[in-house]
Design a protein around this ligand. Structure first.
Ligand SMILES: [Zn+2]
Length: 83
C-alpha cells in the first residue's frame, strides 16, 4: 500500500471520535503514525485544537484530502532531513 493511501486509511481510523494514541513507545511506528502526531492530525481532539476542525461531525472530503496532504508533506520533509 503506498504512503498516500495509507495516510488516508490510517487517518480515517484515527479520525474517529477518540483520544490520542495512549502509547507512543512502540518499537517501529509506521511513518504515518509518527507524522500524525508530529502534525497534530492524530485525533479529533488535536484536529479541533490545532487545526480548527470541530469534533462531532464526520470530516468532509476536502478536510480529509487536506490532512492527507499535510501528512505527505511532513513525511517528505522528514525523509529529506534523514538523508
Ligand atoms: Zn491527538
Amino acid at each position: 500500500m503506498d504512503l498516500r493511501k495509507r495516510s488516508v486509511t490510517a487517518g480515517r481510523a484515527w479520525w474517529a471520535p477518540r483520544r490520542c494514541a495512549p502509547n507512543f513507545d512502540i518499537c517501529d511506528p509506521h511513518p504515518v503514525f509518527v507524522a500524525q502526531h508530529a502534525t497534530a492530525t492524530c485525533c479529533r481532539g488535536c484536529l479541533e485544537t490545532w487545526h480548527g476542525i470541530p469534533k462531532g461531525r464526520p470530516l468532509d472530503a476536502a478536510e480529509q484530502a487536506r490532512i492527507a496532504a499535510i501528512l505527505m508533506l511532513w513525511i517528505g520533509r522528514d525523509a529529506a532531513r534523514r538523508r
